[in-house]
Each structure stands twice: as C-alpha cells, then as structure tokens.
Design a protein around this ligand. Structure first.
Ligand SMILES: Nc1ncnc2c1ncn2[C@@H]1O[C@H](COP(=O)(O)OP(=O)(O)OP(=O)(O)O)[C@@H](O)[C@H]1O
Length: 595
C-alpha cells in the first residue's frame, strides 16, 4: 500500500512516512503490546485529522525551504503593538488612522499575525524533553562561569557590593555558600549560567569553603575586570521565565530605609500609582520587578503582597497599642457632616437655587470601606473602544468644586457629555416635564429599587426620595455619550465594576490658605448653605481639608487621576485633557476588566 491508504472510502495520497509507520505496525504482531494498544495506534495513524495535520506541517516545511516564500520579519506582533501605541494618540487625524487602529485590535487580525510569527520563527517543531545524559553518579559536575565586574549587586545578607546581579547566602543545612537569588535581566541572569541554589566553590581561583558571604564579598570587591566562578550546579533547575503580571502600587517604597530587605542595592524604589512589571514571584517575600516603561534591564527587589500586608497590619496594631489614631479609621467625629451632600442637579437647572438633601445615611460609618489592605492591584491596558466611552467620575469633598467642573465640561459639548437625570418620589409640579429635570416615580417604586440595589446614591429631603440609578449611567454609555457624574464617594463601590469601567478623578483641595483665597476672590457660594446665599465659612474650609484627607485615606487606591482645584481654569483644562486621553489612549485598568 505504498503511499496510499483508504480513508473514509476515498483514495487519498497519504503521507509516505505515515504509510510506512502503518505498514510496520501491521507487521509488528510480535511486539509485546496488547491488541487494544495496536488497534488504537493503527486507528490514530489512519485518522483523517492526523493526515491533515501532517499535510499542513509538510507544506510549511517545503514552503519554508523554498526561496519563493520568506518572512520579511518574524516579529510582526511587536510591530503591531508599536503601531497601536503610535496610532492611539492620532486617531483624530483621519478616518484611515481610526480604522487601522480598530482593525489592528481585532482578534482575528492579531491571530493571523501571531500565526505568521510562529511560522517565521519556525516555532512549529515539536519541543521534546531533553534526553538525559548518562552521568557517572560519583562525578560532580562543575561549571566555570566568567562575568565582567559591573555595578550590579552580588551581596550577602549584611553588607553589599554591586557586582554581578545575584545574591549569595550560607545554606542552612550544608553550610556552603550558595546563590540565593538571581536578578532578572542582570549579568548573572543574562549569562544563563548561574542559577538559584548553585554552590559557589571558588571565586577567582580562591576556594570559598568555610568562608562567610562577607568573605566572598571582599574577594569580589578586591578583584578587577573578569570574575571567574567555579560552581556546582543545583539539581533542580529553577525556571527564570518572566511573568507577564503588571500591578499598580498603592504605597510608596524606598529600599534604602527598609531594614529588612536582603540587599538594599538590589531594591527597586517606587511611589503610589507606579505600574510595575512583576517578573518573578518565586520568593514568597521578595518579588522581582521593573518599572513599566523603564529601559533598565535589571529587575529590582520589592516586598511581596503578603509581606507588605503583614507590615501594614503590624504598623496599625502598633499604632493602636500606643494609643495613636490610625489615620482615617478613628476620625469620624472630625468629619464635616458627611450625610449632607447637595443633590446632583441636572445641568439644565443650574440656575435654580441649590437644595440640600440627606444622602447616605450610613455615610458616617464608612470605616469598613477599606475591606482589603491596598498593596498592589493587578492591571492591564484597556484600549479605547469606538463609540463606547468610559464614564468620568468626579470624587471629592463637599464644596470642592465638582459641580462647577462638571458643568464646564458639559458646556463644551452638551451633545457629547451628559449627566444622568435623577429620580424623585416628589410629586411633579406644574410646568415640569417627566424625564427633563427628574424622572418622577412613586415612593413605593423607588423604595423597591433602592432595596434592590439599583441606585448608586439616594437620599431623602423634606419627605421625598431622590436618587441616581446605575441603569441611567449604563444607558448613557450604551447610547454613545460620555457620562460624567459626581457622586458621593461611597458610590465608588457600586460604580467601579467591569461593566461600567469608570475613570475616577479625585478633585483635591489646595493648601488651606489657597483654598480660602481662591474662593473668597470670586465670592464662591457655600454649598453647605441651603439657600446658597453666603460664602464658605472658615469652619467649612477646614472641613473640606479634613474630609479630603479621609477620602484619600479610604479611596486613594481607586483613583485613576488626581486634579488639584486651586485655579479653576487650570483644574478645568486638566479635566478636559483627561477626557480626551480617555478617548484616545490605552490606559491601565484592573486586569479583570479586560479578561
Ligand atoms: N477653583 C475654584 N476657585 C474659586 N471658586 C471655585 C473653585 N472651584 C469651585 N469654586 C466655587 O465653589 C463653589 C462650590 O463649588 P461646587 O458647587 O462645584 O462644589 P461641589 O464640589 O459640587 O460641592 P457639593 O458636593 O457640596 O455640591 C461654587 O460657587 C464654585 O463656583
């Protein structure tokens, strides 16, 4: 049956190698295999699917060796991402830019490019495990590694001298000097020859048996140029493959002031809000990371999530034991009347006098909002989607200027920026139109919807309920508007969902004197006054600062951006750029939103 077999009744040209295998299998009765195994193998070799796969494979191989087809490049995926970055800020230039930008994000286009790269890189050969060499058990393998001395760390537990991008320690059981950690991207890692657990036998021909890590460090310190290590490789090879995890840091970190870091020179400093690429989580306490976008190849040490959580809990317990106030957790009495928030007006009724409503009756007890201890949040990039805009959410202390900023943004383009129309159980007045300034509904219906959790915020004023529903935000988004809202900060918990993907901007107060001066200069009206008939009092300015401190403590980890509202024109221009950025740039969001 040379080269031909019957498959499903059709006579097809069969791959000769497959046919030979099948032939030899039929002659293999003497093999010590069960009937069942032989039938299975024979069926597999005859199957159409395998035949098709082998054909595709053969075609790729034969085309790959022909001069007619050769790849122009083997990293088209990288090029595509570069093009996307460039296009992201330029989609407004022309329709073609916009179309290309959206086309390149389509999964099938990306799939084709990915397959192209795999073929170009000849990444279709099966990866078989290496065949173990016969090793004489008594013979110890030694490897000799030469590295050029640089300013990268190789340190012991105590002192530190930057040398090759690895740390050493004394192994607790054997007492030998071993490699404790290899920094991603450092010289040791790049050499591919030094692994965690390798035993250091000699450094520059000096035997290190019985020496301490510090002794080894002084040998290194005194050597110039090339350093030669004689190492006994560890049995279990550690996998130094880079992870792809990106996180946003919710705390500041400074390695030089951290008494516990095993090697200060290897530490990576960062501040709140930085996005970090976590390249290794092999160590339960010390992760290795690079700052996103940082071209520095070597990774640095940062505390792991578990370690940082422990530290924060420890710090808080200490503070409480010492009778100190933990910021934001014990200061309820110091707050301004949190339950007082001006009810969100529709922009169309901006000229009406403001009304004070009681919102969030539970607001004074928001100490439990900080359910988890914010350390790192896993993030991923979200590309702007045509016609679907993330809602803009302005958060801040009462009176800080959120209504003013929202109103100004809507005024720039009322057909684009919209704020949801609130609901009320108040009876409709003559001249009012349902759905214009309010949706008028019965008290029973509103009670029901509040109980069902359909309102992101609500409150009662003079016996009537007022509230903004989550659905009205969703409707604006799905109708292609940029929804802008300035809810009470407690609404963040309901709003920050993968469905709504809000962009949260915190409106921060300037220092007290500037807050006071800027407001007095323009005779700003106090939002704490029911009639809006007077300026802010000194106590109210103080309340704004106190309330802001509390909001920051409780919710800072949820803010995408902060704008200080000192000079109104500057604050507004920052808001406008944020709104434009949202439409054009890929931005970091919780990783779960893009999965
Ligand atoms: N940067 C600023 N400089 C001067 N006045 C300002 C500034 N920002 C806001 N104001 C004024 O302060 C007053 C209160 O602002 P606004 O009504 O926007 O506060 P709010 O944050 O919406 O308050 P609330 O949440 O209590 O409703 C308004 O008269 C507004 O014009």
């Amino acid at each position: 049956m040379a080269g031909e077999v019957m498959a499903n009744g059709t006579k097809e040209k069969w791959d000769p190698a497959l046919s030979r295998l099948l032939n030899s299998l039929q002659k293999a009765n003497e093999l010590p295999s069960s009937e069942e195994e032989l039938v299975f193998l024979s069926d597999l070799l005859k199957s159409k699917e395998l035949h098709a796969l082998v054909n595709v494979h053969n075609k790729i191989i034969s085309n790959g060796s022909s001069d007619k087809f050769f790849p122009m490049l083997s990293t088209s995926m990288h090029v595509m991402f570069d093009v996307l970055e460039v296009l992201a800020g330029k989609t407004h230039i022309s329709e073609e830019c916009k179309e290309l930008f959206h086309l390149l994000q389509k999964p099938h286009v990306q799939g084709v490019l990915c397959a192209h790269d795999a073929v170009a890189q000849k990444d279709y050969y099966p990866h078989l495990p290496e065949i173990p060499l016969e090793v004489d058990e008594d013979e110890e393998t030694i490897k000799i590694v030469q590295l050029v001395k640089s300013n990268e760390p190789l340190t012991g537990a105590q002192s530190a001298e930057p040398i090759v991008g690895a740390t050493i320690k004394t192994d607790e059981t054997s007492g030998k000097i071993v490699i404790a950690r290899v920094m991603h991207g450092g010289a040791a890692d790049r050499s591919g020859l030094i692994h965690v657990g390798d035993e250091v036998v000699e450094v520059n021909n000096i035997n290190v048996e019985g020496k301490t890590p510090n002794d080894v460090l002084s040998i290194l310190q005194n050597s110039e140029g090339t350093i030669t290590f004689k190492l006994v490789p560890t049995d279990g090879k550690t996998n130094l493959r880079e992870s792809k995890v990106r996180v946003r840091a919710h705390f500041n970190y400074n390695a030089t002031t951290d008494p516990y870091i095993p090697c200060k020179e290897a530490g990576l400093d960062f501040v709140k809000g930085d996005v970090l690429h976590i390249v290794s989580q092999d160590d339960a306490y010390w992760w290795q990371a690079r700052k996103e976008g940082d071209r520095n190849m070597r990774a640095g040490l940062i505390p792991s999530r578990a370690l940082q959580e422990r530290r924060i809990i420890h710090e808080r317990t200490q503070m409480m034991k010492e009778g100190n106030e933990v910021p934001g957790l014990c200061s309820v009495s110091a707050l301004p009347v949190l339950s007082c928030s001006q009810f969100p007006k529709s922009p169309r009724c901006a000229s009406k006098p403001k009304t004070k409503k009681i919102m969030y009756e539970t607001a004074e007890n928001d100490d439990f909002d900080r359910e988890q201890i914010p350390t790192y949040e896993e993030v991923a990039k979200l590309y702007p989607r045509p016609g679907i805009y993330r809602p803009l959410v302005l958060i801040g202390a009462p009176g800080i200027g959120r209504n003013e900023l929202r109103r100004r943004l809507i005024d720039t383009d009322p057909d684009k920026y919209k704020t949801p129309i609130p609901y009320t159980s108040r009876p409709i007045k003559p001249g009012e139109i349902n759905g214009k300034e309010y949706y008028f509904v019965s008290r029973e219906k509103m009670d029901e919807d509040i109980a069902a959790g359909n309102f992101m915020e609500y409150g009662e004023y003079k016996g009537n309920l007022y509230g903004t529903s989550c659905d009205s935000v969703k409707n604006l988004v799905s109708n292609g508007y940029v929804c802008i809202i300035n809810p009470h900060y407690q609404a963040l918990k309901m709003l920050r969902t993968p469905q709504l993907k809000p962009y949260i901007i915190y409106i921060r107060p300037p220092p007290l004197d500037i807050l006071r001066d800027t407001r007095i200069a323009v005779h700003a009206r106090s939002t704490f006054d029911v009639n809006n008939s007077r300026g802010f009092s000194e106590e109210e300015f103080n309340d704004m600062i106190r309330s802001s401190a509390r909001i920051e403590f409780l919710y800072e980890h949820l803010f995408d951006e902060q704008i200080m509202n000192a000079d109104l024109a500057i604050a507004f221009s920052q808001l406008l750029s944020a709104a434009n950025r949202l439409e054009t740039e890929p931005l970091w969001v919780p990783a779960s939103w893009v999965q």
